[in-house]
Design a binder for this molecule. Structure first.
Ligand code: ADP
Ligand code: MG
Ligand code: MG
Length: 869
């Protein structure tokens, strides 16, 4: 078995065998870049090590011996040589990078003799002993598992005694002293001595690296990141070059482009007279790489040229490690660089412009979820540094905002409308009655509730930042004070809320508004060329829709008309309507509501400029619109000018044991057709008004909660009759469709029949999941986390489609539906419609469009493109 590859034998495609670091060192060597010589012990040797009771097998040992001999010959240095000793680094590197998991040991080969040889050879004692103390610390840590801090402490103590500012102040005798103390630590802490034989050092280091593959940290990391355990790690043995050999030497890290912004310019830092990870360790303040252009222009140009070539070769932004030894440049590592979402988008677009990658590749380079993050406002970093986190909760809805706090929807709205304040609604929890206060808030904070609480769902829908379930927040409605981690706040006080990480700060922090930039627009444009899946928005108001259009929405896939009833004057009419005892009493409030709704639809249609708009008729149980406690009932009775006991009786009569399975959705149309009729008149009326102005709208009317063909047929007739009457009355006509939500399993099972009376389907995945799994989506908080933790569920099925169950039902509904009507448009609405993993599945079952909250639109567009590639 070949367990060892010299760098010149490998290339970048051998990651599995050589690990990422080894494959890239080999590649750079092959490209002719200045890489210190060395070789890689393969991941197969690591597996063999485990098969051999955690010991290197004879085959591996022989090959290491031979490789060292070959390396010695090539570079003209030998272990223990009294004139030119060989020193190497031992560097771990798995196929998939596992940051901080396994460690590197530098300066292997130094011992009490060779340190002197090195000192004499270089005429630099300080450098030699500095290298030796580094070896002792790293070896002690990696091989003998003596905590790093123990060595750091010795160093600190010496510095304190002599009042030194920097490591550079350490003298040769200090370093010798440190070396001795380190050796004592070996005995004291591990009961071992430092092996003087370089070969023994090397083999112990290789052993330790292989062992570390299975240490606890590494196992946990692999489990969390779904990395297979049997991959193993490789080990790289490489001749040392010395960045700590003097002021003409140094070490640094650089990105070929700015990893924060994506700007096409070398970005990085270096330290002179330093070794290894001094740059990242923050011991001294590093210099920006640009200054190297002044101090060592030739070297800088050489490095910049290598950086460009590497990018060209790897066709991506690279993260580089380098060392300078006496003015000579050495490359020590290259890998694809990590970057922010903003940078990812810019770099992908730029690489296409530069001809390095294709549009399709660019789309695949960007994580759809991260695109969402670009759009959310963030706190200004400099200002954030001046603040401390006062409390934190669940990051329910991303984005950052500052505002003045209010504890009721009314006081928030008053402050917003009358005082023109930026407000934040802070409550124990929210309910539909708080909608108005939520709509005008910059952010929403609740002390209770989880990721699917009312506050969380509504806030995400509106794209308003929200942090919920905040520990350490108490809201006292009675006395109108809130306490955040001990500090008392009154209405009108400022706080800042980061819904992306759940943090809350007291006081005001500036935000940086990030909008769809040109690069993102380009990506969205390319996405559209790639996939013909429509991406619509769930939008209930013109403001939502306008936002969605900015993010590239193809139209509206779901307008929840009930949300339009939550403004005070409308709520009042709605309540009047609901408590009415007969059709006669319902007439007046219906007429009022019709006027208002027609205005809403008119606005949405006008904004659509002819794009598809789907409007769902009333869905929730009626009692959701009614007051519940005595005080509220009294208040509403006063407003409606009716007897509170009568109102209480009506509220009681409408109460249901299981409202989500009760009198809601199209069941309302069967019992009170006049509500749906009113909505239909408003929809078609608005479209006809626009037709007068020359804008052709084809309204899509959607019926919720259909369970059977007969039911859909009945409701469809109600709708169609109303439309025909209106056409006759107005003497005008237009195209329209009547389709159904698919959210009851029975409708999916009988989709071929339902399709006969439906112009389109739209899966309502929330209810469909709830009804298929029997999980009440309002109550899953008490057990879902345990299910996920215990591995019974792979993910929350309300956030990522349950492919095996709910997905199977959807697939069947698509097939049956299209069997009856081959061109049946089929969509998905609900938050799941913006989830990349789910979109991949929807694409596979040939769903025609998805609809999601405005902020998810760009995410969904990119995900749809990736699903199609
Ligand atoms: P990590 O995986 O933590 O980045 P590395 O193996 O890249 O660890 O080693 C860390 C640092 O050690 C490198 O960035 C480089 O500065 C230094 N280093 C490693 N090998 C050598 C070597 N042969 N000569 C000089 N410096 C080295
Ligand atoms: Mg490291
Ligand atoms: Mg490295």
């Amino acid at each position: 078995m070949k367990y060892i590859y010299r760098f010149e034998e490998g290339n970048k495609d051998m990651r599995r065998l050589l690990g990422g670091k080894g494959a890239n060192l080999a590649q750079m060597t092959t490209l002719g870049f200045p890489v210190p010589d060395g070789f890689t012990i393969t991941t197969e040797a690591c597996q063999a090590f485990y098969d051999n009771n955690n010991q290197l097998n004879d085959d591996t040992l022989t090959q290491i011996e031979a490789a060292i001999a070959q390396l010695s010959e090539k570079v003209g240095k030998q272990f223990n040589s009294p004139t030119n000793p060989l020193l190497v680094s031992v560097r771990s590197g798995a196929a998939i990078s596992m940051p901080g998991m396994m460690d590197t040991i530098l300066n292997i080969g130094l011992n009490d003799q060779t340190v002197e040889v090195l000192a004499n050879m270089t005429d630099n004692r300080r450098f030699a002993y500095d290298s030796y103390r580094r070896l002792l610390a790293m070896f002690g840590n990696v091989v003998y598992e003596i905590p790093e801090g123990v060595f750091d402490q010795v160093l600190e103590d010496v510095k304190t005694t002599h009042n030194y500012q920097s490591d550079l102040d350490l003298t040769v005798s200090d370093l010798k002293e440190i070396v001795d103390q380190f050796k004592d630590l070996y005995v004291g802490k591990a009961g071992k001595v430092f092996p003087q034989d370089p070969k023994e050092q090397l083999l112990a280091a290789v052993n330790a690296v292989f062992e570390s593959w299975n240490n606890h940290r590494a196992q946990v990391y692999r489990r969390e990141n779904h990395i297979a355990s049997d991959l193993g790690t490789a080990v790289n043995i490489q001749m040392m070059v010395f960045g700590n050999a003097g002021e003409d030497s140094g070490t640094g890290v650089a990105f070929t482009r700015n990893p924060a912004t994506g700007e096409n310019k070398l970005f990085g830092e270096y330290l002179l007279n330093a070794q290894g990870e001094d740059v990242v360790a923050g011991i001294r303040t590093p210099q920006p790489i640009s200054t190297l252009a002044d101090t060592m222009p030739d070297l800088y140009n050489e490095f910049a040229a290598i950086a460009k070539k590497l990018e060209f070769y790897y066709r991506d932004m690279q993260d580089l490690e380098f060392t300078i030894e006496h003015g000579t440049l050495y490359m020590l590592q290259a890998r694809d660089g990590k970057r922010t979402p903003t940078a990812a988008v810019k770099i992908a677009v730029d690489l296409v412009d530069e001809g390095l990658i294709s549009q399709t590749e660019a789309l695949l380079r960007i994580n759809p979820d991260s695109v969402g993050a670009i759009l959310y406002p963030e706190f200004d970093e400099a200002e954030l540094d001046q603040n401390t986190v006062a409390a934190s909760g669940l990051p329910a809805s991303p984005g950052a905002a500052s505002g003045q706090i209010y504890f009721t929807a009314e006081s928030a709205k008053a402050a917003h409308d009358d005082l023109e304040q930026q407000v934040i609604l802070v409550r124990q929890d929210t309910s539909p009655e708080d909608i108005e206060g939520m709509v005008i808030s910059e952010a929403i904070v609740t002390s209770r509730g989880g990721m699917t609480s009312h506050a969380a769902v509504v806030a995400r829908g509106m794209g308003t930042p929200a942090t919920v379930g905040v520990n350490g927040l108490q809201v006292d409605y009675q006395n109108r004070v809130a306490t955040i981690s001990g500090e008392q706040l009154n209405e009108g006080d400022w706080i800042s809320v980061d819904g992306t990480n759940g943090n809350i700060y007291i006081g005001q922090i500036k935000t940086n508004d990030t909008k769809v930039n040109d690069n993102l627009s380009t990506i969205l444009e390319w996405s559209k060329q790639e996939s013909d899946m429509g991406v619509y928005a769930n939008a209930d108001t013109p403001a939502d829709f306008a936002q969605a259009l900015k993010f590239g929405a193809d139209g509206i896939g779901l307008t929840r008309t009930e949300h339009m009833f939550f403004k005070p004057e409308r709520l009042l009419e709605m309540r009047r309507l609901i408590i009415a005892e007969d059709a006669k009493e319902r007439e007046a409030p219906l007429a009022e509501l019709a006027k208002m709704q027609q205005g809403d639809f008119y606005e949405l249609f006008r904004l659509s400029e002819g794009r598809s708009v789907t409007i769902r008729l009333l869905d929730p149980p009626l009692h959701e619109f009614l007051p519940h406690d005595e005080k509220e009932i009294q208040k509403v009775a006063d407003q409606l000018n009716i007897d509170p006991t009568y109102l209480a009786r009506r509220v009681d009569a409408l109460k249901e044991i299981n409202p989500m399975l009760g009198h809601r959705g199209d069941r309302l149309a069967v019992t009170f057709p006049d509500i749906y009729e009113m909505q239909v008149r408003a929809i078609i009326g608005a479209a006809l008004d626009l037709l007068d102005q020359g804008l052709i709208i084809e309204p899509h009317i959607m019926i919720p909660l259909t369970g059977s063909k007969a039911e859909m047929k009945w409701v469809r007739e109600v709708v169609v009759n109303q439309v025909e009457q209106l056409f006759a009355k107005k003497g005008a006509k237009l195209e329209y469709t009547v389709g159904t939500m698919m959210e009851i399993p029975r409708a999916c099972l009988t989709a071929d029949k339902v399709a006969e009376v439906s112009d389109f389907f739209s899966f309502g995945t929330n209810d469909l999941t709830q009804l298929t799994y029997g999980f009440s989506r309002d109550d899953v908080g008490s057990f879902m986390p345990e299910y996920i933790k215990k591995g019974i569920l792979p993910a929350d099925p309300f956030q990522t489609v349950d492919v095996d169950g709910v997905g199977e039902l959807m697939k069947m509904a698509v097939e049956k539906g299209r069997f009856a009507k081959p061109n049946l448009p089929i969509g998905v609405c609900g938050e799941i419609g913006g989830d990349p993993k789910s979109i991949e599945f929807f694409e596979a079952i040939h769903v025609s469009y998805v609809s999601c909250s405005p902020f998810r639109v760009p995410v969904a567009k990119l995900a749809a493109a990736q699903a199609h590639i």
